[in-house]
Design a binder for this molecule. Structure first.
Ligand code: CTP
Ligand code: MG
Length: 581
């Protein structure tokens, strides 16, 4: 194992280090990876309730902070991260053994106008006192400082703290070097996933952002629930991904129902009458929530309201978490769609690494773009990968229709707009077992081959049926939305972008095929030059669209993909990847 690989392994462990495992609800099951989606969401939500984030001047403050905060309870884990502001800002995410202990720490916190209002610590602003899990650790006054130091020496030693900043994705160069040092394409695929997926700290931070919103309005809306969904929780998120958040004023009662005492109560809240138009009501409420977040919540900045979209959202940046947030109040299907993706990812260990490599490839050749537009989104790409795995001769994933058929009474979920999101949550009820034994690299090649043959012109992709259907309209690409089957997930994709995708999947198939066949490189040559996945991932800024001059259409059977006599005839002249990295 070379030094870089050793560092990578070390980094993987350090980034998600849990200093001491404590027997709290959910963590044991989480450690065994046996949580279903609702249990996972619930355990992370509870973890956020046991946590606080404290800004410190540097990691050197850690022993003092640990000592000070220990007076409120037993600290289970501490994670350090940095945010690049004008200077580098340091934060400690502390998890207590119980929510009560975290509450005690928050309740004990002082408010001081001199210290509030500015994340850079200059103390230039002064804001309204707001209760939140985001705190400062101010310097001790002279006398208290001396007493504190003496006490510190007498107290328990603080838990060991890693100084690795675990919130940022690894740099391009680091990843390149790491992948170059791998033994095989298979290992490259796995490393890419392990190194770029959202880590434990990233998940904790996202649930804290959700809790902050929920708690800030809980006085007026005691049943409000803010729940993360999308890539932050479905297992397909990468480091630095945005947080999709749904806020529902009655979320707790819809999720858990009223307890029997409240259900039987003869006293009923007086409420304001709803506007007749639900959509404009949601827009007005969101406008108001947007103002509350903007004016009062510490850390929340750059608030933008996008209320005319199909799903109205409020976008903001959280400066203490270095996080972009998309908050909606009317998109529960997105939450259940995330559950479906979570279940697919849990079902087979190849699903997530394969999706990561496809998404990385698409990003590197400029098929995806962070700003919305006529290009394919990560979510549509993920659907393409799921569909590919459903339609294989030996499927790796079941059709969503099979999950819907196997649902029991406890699986019934219908959104406020009447959209049926009922499907079996327990995969054992579905009785699906895959006999597919293909490796990740084989699957990646088959993915590219499959979509280079796919008839996007006439066919629609249905994850519900696990097969292609006749296209119901003239959209360039049609992916039936699994939970709202009258909608097309990829409606935004233009004809030009769809054609670009077809060209790029063909190029990728050629490229990967020759990489799979090329077993002649020595170990030292591998370390010095690009090979395997690296030749697939080009620099997005320098990507060029190559004309489709080498492609000869043919029918490809999955079984003949690795037949050398066939593939030799397919190999195109060397493609000039002039700008390949
Ligand atoms: N979603 C959906 N239908 C769409 C778009 C989105 O159901 N047409 C749901 C999916 O559950 C998706 C979530 O909304 O996961 C969030 O959408 P988005 O942020 O676009 O995708 P992510 O999966 O979060 O991917 P990314 O990391 O690019 O944000
Ligand atoms: Mg997202």
């Amino acid at each position: 194992m070379n030094t870089l690989m050793r560092r990578a392994l070390l980094l993987m462990h350090s980034r998600t280090y849990c200093i001491k495992q404590y027997a709290v609800a959910g963590t044991e099951a989480a450690a065994k990876g046996k949580l279903n989606y609702e249990e996972f969401i619930d355990s992370r939500h509870q973890q956020a309730q046991r946590s606080i984030v404290v800004q410190v001047s540097s990691e050197k403050s850690y022993p003092e902070l640990y000592n000070y905060c220990s007076r409120f309870g037993h600290i289970v884990t501490v994670q350090h991260y940095c945010v690049q502001h004008e200077d580098v800002l340091h934060y400690m995410l502390l998890e207590y053994a119980s929510a009560g202990e975290a509450t005690a720490a928050i309740t004990s916190s002082a408010y001081n106008a001199e210290l509030s209002g500015s994340s850079s610590g200059s103390g230039s602003g002064c804001g309204v006192p707001v209760r939140s899990p985001f705190l400062w650790f101010r310097a001790a006054t002279a006398g208290a400082g001396r007493r504190g130091q003496a006490k510190l020496a007498a107290n328990h030693k603080a838990l060991p703290l890693s100084t690795i900043d675990g919130t940022r994705p690894p740099t391009h160069d680091y990843l390149q070097e790491l992948l170059r040092g791998a033994n095989s394409i298979e290992q490259q695929l796995q490393l890419l996933y392990d190194q770029t997926r959202l880590n434990d700290l990233g998940v904790r931070m996202r649930f804290l952002a959700a809790l902050q919103v929920q708690e800030s309005i809980s006085g007026m809306f005691p049943d409000a629930l803010a729940q993360p969904f999308g890539s932050s929780v479905n297992g397909f998120g990468k480091m630095g991904c945005d947080l999709d958040l749904i806020l529902r004023f009655d979320g707790k009662t819809t999720a858990n129902g009223l307890d029997s005492q409240r259900e039987a109560s003869r006293l009923i809240y007086h409420t304001k009458e709803n506007l007749s138009n639900g959509r404009s009501q949601t827009q007005r409420q969101m406008e108001c929530i947007g103002d509350v977040l903007h004016l009062f919540l510490p850390g929340v900045c750059h608030v933008r309201r996008i209320l005319q979209a199909r799903v109205p959202i409020i976008k903001y940046h959280h400066e203490h978490l270095d996080l972009e947030v998309d908050l909606s109040m009317s998109n529960l299907t997105g939450f259940y769609m995330s559950e479906l993706l979570y279940m697919f990812g849990e079902l087979d260990s190849r699903v997530r690494p394969l999706t990561f490599s496809v998404r990385r490839w698409a990003q590197s050749c400029g098929l995806t773009n962070p700003s919305p537009g006529r290009w394919i989104t990560n979510f549509s790409l993920t659907c393409l990968v799921m569909f590919f795995m459903q339609q294989l001769r030996q499927p790796i994933l079941p059709a969503i229709g099979a999950l819907a058929k196997a649902a029991s009474a406890t699986d019934i979920r219908v959104t406020e707009d009447g959209i049926n999101c009922t499907f079996a949550r327990d995969m054992e009820r579905v009785g699906f077992q895959s006999r597919n034994t293909s490796s990740l690299s084989e699957l990646l090649l088959q993915f590219f081959e499959f979509y280079s043959q796919f008839d996007f012109h006439n066919r629609a992709i249905s994850l519900n049926e696990g097969r292609a259907l006749a296209k119901p309209d003239h959209s360039a690409m049609y992916i039936v939305n699994p939970l709202e089957q009258l909608l097309n997930v990829s409606k935004n994709v233009s004809l030009e972008e769809c054609e670009r995708l077809r060209i790029e999947v063909r190029n990728a198939a050629w490229m990967l095929e020759s990489e799979v066949e090329n077993t002649t490189l020595t170990e030292s040559e591998r370390r010095e030059q690009s090979w395997g996945l690296l030749n697939l991932f080009k620099n997005p800024e320098k990507s060029v669209i190559r004309p489709n001059m080498f492609f000869k259409p043919r029918m490809v059977e999955v079984s003949d993909l690795f037949d050398k006599s066939q593939t030799a005839a397919m190999t195109p002249p060397a493609v000039n990847y002039k700008n390949a990295t």
